[in-house]
Design a protein. Structure first.
Length: 521
């Protein structure tokens, strides 16, 4: 056991040394900390105690966040499990004379550390949580710990599901039925409570999310119950949730012991998949997970000539990964936008939140992956024509996602249909603009940036700078025609400016496919 303690301490020490000897990583860390300090400072400065919102809303938000995180991580157990160990851990530890339970404890402890580090994203929500719900730093720490416990149990359950079902499609189907069946039961009760209750939509949603039945939602339910209890100083609820957490961990150990699950092979498989994905990202290569058994169906590209074949290829690839024009993340972002609109009851705020979420997703389409593959460079067509067909796949998805984000707002908040349509067009134009920013960065950096964190920071900075002209135009239209035009005309102005700027960026990057500098092969 002392060897494992030495390994953990040495890894932490070497990680600190590594950061100190890499200026780019040190800069990123300092910038992250500076932003965190700024958010905390502004949060403490903007507190308005008389404008506090209902604490039940925060409880409902926590239930939604914990549930989404749990489902997204736990469902990996049906595909490749969860990587509790890295490849260096496997090479060092699996040859050592450690007991399986000791190894498992080390893996779970490491996962808790990773889960806590992921919770740093919640720190950046401190400002509005402080002003809306009087969440202090200590309370925010409790929320982050609840988030880390959710991630920890989700990864543990994903590994258990994979260990019990790997190698058997029948067991996998049964486990999927149980997993998604339980979720559907709670979703059905939640929908029933919302639809059968009278009154405004937001109080109905909050009341349904905070009913005692939701405390029994797997993992997310009892952890939300405990976190909410700690925030409101109902310590009995916090201790009950902590007890449930300990019981879950104990049950996992018992199942591993009694069922004699050989998790070594499963860990090796999961570590190999994780290591391959990390290596591919470092090398800038596109890698996509595929199911273990693929139903072939129709094969081959039967239509499309020249550059048009790129769009056909993307549409075929999307058949497996999307429901119509929506992937899982776009559905989650749309739901988050609608919930945010219900909370703040402001169309402009909901629009800003939706655009903010889109910044993180628009660069992950198939068009971006295509630039890292060699095939598009080999097609004997003009580079600008190939570029247009490469981004063609993203346009219908952007339009459909924009409609999905705002189509319900006229029924939920004070938002007329003209404003709703204007917001859809403006969001679509921001998608075009961010695609142009991605292309510009690919043109400037050539895909050869050594530090991905720096590239991400530069991308966010460029997106912010590129958004300024459209925002300025929208604000100008609003103030110039104040009293004569609705806010919808500001969104139409944003659409016009963003579209022109996106077309300019696209024109400037028209020769991006004339060389293979974006391809790291």
């Amino acid at each position: 056991m002392s060897a494992l303690v030495y390994l953990v301490s040495r890894k932490l020490k070497n990680r600190v040394k590594e950061i100190l000897h890499r200026p780019t990583e040190l800069i990123v860390l300092l910038v992250v900390l500076a932003f965190a300090v700024f958010v905390i400072w502004t949060g403490n400065m903007s507190r308005e105690s008389e404008a506090l919102r209902d604490f039940g809303e925060l409880e409902a938000i926590l239930l939604g966040v914990y549930t989404v995180v749990f489902v997204l991580i736990a469902k990996n157990g049906f595909v490749n499990g969860a990587a509790m160990f890295s490849m260096p851990d496997v090479n060092l530890l699996f040859d050592a004379p450690f007991q399986p339970k000791t190894m498992l404890s080390y893996g779970l402890f490491s996962q808790m550390g990773h889960a806590l580090s992921l919770g740093i994203v919640l720190v950046y929500q401190y400002s509005w949580l402080r002003s809306a719900y009087d969440v202090t730093l200590l309370k925010l720490l409790v929320i982050v710990i609840g988030y880390a416990m959710t991630v920890f149990l989700a990864q543990m359950i994903a590994m258990l599901i994979y260990s019990l079902t790997s190698g058997s499609d029948k067991k996998c189907r049964i486990a999927k039925g149980i997993f998604y069946g339980l979720l559907l039961i709670f979703v059905a009760f939640f929908a029933k409570d919302v639809l059968t209750t009278e009154g405004e939509m937001l109080p109905r949603v909050v009341a349904a999310a905070n009913k005692p039945l939701m405390h029994f939602l797997p993992v997310a339910g009892f952890l939300r119950f405990g976190v909410a209890g700690a925030l409101s100083q109902h310590w009995s609820a916090a201790f009950i949730a902590l007890g449930c957490f300990v019981v879950c961990v104990a049950v996992y150990y018992v199942l591993v012991s009694l069922l004699r699950i050989d998790f070594y092979e499963d860990v090796l498989k999961a570590a190999e998949i994780s290591f391959s994905a990390i290596t591919a990202r470092k090398e800038g290569k596109a890698q996509e997970l595929a199911p273990r058994n693929v139903k072939v169906g129709k094969t081959g590209i039967t239509h499309g000539e020249g550059a048009a074949v790129i769009g056909v290829k993307h549409s075929i690839e999307n058949r497996r990964s999307r429901f119509l024009l929506f992937d899982l993340m776009s559905l989650i972002f749309a739901a988050a936008t609608i919930i945010f609109a219900l909370i703040i009851k402001d169309a402009v705020g909901a629009f800003a939140f939706s655009v903010y979420m889109m910044v993180m997703s628009v660069g992950s389409g198939r068009w971006a992956k295509e630039l890292t593959l060699p095939y598009v460079y080999l097609i004997p067509e003009p580079s600008f024509k190939k570029l247009l067909y490469t981004i063609k796949e993203q346009l219908p998805a952007l339009a459909a996602q924009s409609v999905l984000n705002f189509v319900l707002l006229p029924f939920l908040i004070d938002c007329d249909w003209l404003t709703c349509i204007a917001m859809m067009t403006a969001r679509f134009s921001f998608g075009l603009l961010f695609i142009g920013v991605n292309l510009l960065l690919s043109r400037l950096l050539g895909g050869n940036g050594n530090n991905k964190a720096i590239i991400v920071m530069v991308y966010f900075l460029f997106c912010l700078l590129a958004s300024i002209p459209a925002i300025a135009a929208g604000v100008a239209v609003h103030f110039i025609y104040l009293g004569f035009a609705s806010i919808a005309y500001s969104f139409f102005a944003i659409f016009a400016v963003n579209t022109l700027l996106a077309l300019l960026l696209l024109f400037l990057c028209r020769n991006i496919l004339e060389t293979s500098q974006n391809n790291n092969r």
